[in-house]
Design a protein around this ligand. Structure first.
Ligand SMILES: [Zn+2]
Length: 216
C-alpha cells in the first residue's frame, strides 16, 4: 500500500476490474467486481489505483501525467475506495428504490468538498467562423485528487439526472456490476454475463426437465 516508486506507468499492474465503457462513476463502482461469483477488489493497492487511473485517463477531463500516477499514495487509495463504496451503496439503493445511506452521500460529498472548482468561459478567438462558447472546469488540487473529485462530480450527475432511471444492477449469476440500460434489449453488464446467464438457465432447465433414471 506504500508509494509506487520507480516504475514505468505502462508496467503498473491493474486490479483486473472490467472497463465496459460505462460513465466514469460507474466504472469506478465496478472496481468491486466478481470472477465466477467470487468477490474481487480491483483497487487492492496504490499500484492498482494508479493503473486504473491510467486506463481511464483518456476519458477524464482532469489531465493526469505519468508523474501524477506514480505519485498515487495511500490517502488517494482511501479516498478512491470510500468514494467507490459510496457510489456502490447509492447505486444499490437507487435500483431498489430505497433511500440513500447517509454515509454514502457523505463519501461522495467529501471527495467533492476537498477540491474547490470553478468554470471558465471560453469564447473565441475570432476567426473566419465564430467559435462556439465553451466551459472549462478548473479544480484547485493536485491532479489525482482533482480526478477523484471529477469522478464524484460524475456520480452527482448520474444520481440527479435522467440516467438514474436507467441504472441497473447486473443480474448475471454472481455479478456485482452496475450499468446504464441505454438499449431496451440490454439485460446484462456485458455479453459475457449474458452468455453465462443463458448457460446456467439452460443447465437448470435440462436438469429439471430430465426424466429420472428408470430401472430395467
Ligand atoms: Zn454482469
Amino acid at each position: 500500500m506504500g508509494s509506487i516508486g520507480r516504475m514505468k506507468v505502462s508496467d503498473l499492474a491493474s486490479g483486473g476490474a472490467p472497463l465496459f465503457g460505462e460513465r466514469p462513476a460507474i466504472e469506478l463502482a465496478n472496481t468491486a467486481y466478481a470472477v465466477r461469483g467470487r468477490a474481487r477488489e480491483g483497487l487492492a493497492g496504490v499500484e492498482q489505483l494508479a493503473a486504473w487511473l491510467r486506463d481511464m485517463r483518456a476519458r477524464l477531463v482532469t489531465p493526469l501525467a505519468d508523474a501524477d500516477l506514480l505519485g498515487v499514495g495511500a490517502q488517494d487509495l482511501a479516498v478512491a475506495r470510500a468514494l467507490r463504496d459510496g457510489i456502490r451503496a447509492l447505486a444499490a439503493a437507487a435500483v431498489r428504490g430505497a433511500s440513500a445511506p447517509p454515509e454514502a452521500t457523505a463519501a461522495v460529498n467529501a471527495a467533492l468538498a476537498a477540491v474547490p472548482s470553478w468554470r471558465e468561459l471560453i469564447w473565441g478567438p475570432s476567426g473566419t467562423a465564430p467559435a462556439a462558447p465553451a466551459a472549462r472546469v478548473h479544480r484547485a488540487a493536485r491532479p489525482v485528487t482533482a480526478a477523484l473529485a471529477e469522478l464524484a462530480d460524475d456520480a452527482v450527475t448520474l444520481f440527479t439526472g435522467p440516467e438514474l432511471a436507467l441504472l441497473r444492477a447486473c443480474e448475471g449469476p454472481g455479478c456485482r456490476l452496475f450499468y446504464v440500460k441505454h438499449h431496451a434489449r440490454r439485460a446484462w453488464c456485458s455479453p459475457g454475463c449474458g452468455n453465462r446467464a443463458r448457460a446456467s438457465r439452460h443447465y437448470a432447465r435440462t436438469r429439471l426437465g430430465a426424466s429420472p433414471p428408470t430401472r430395467p
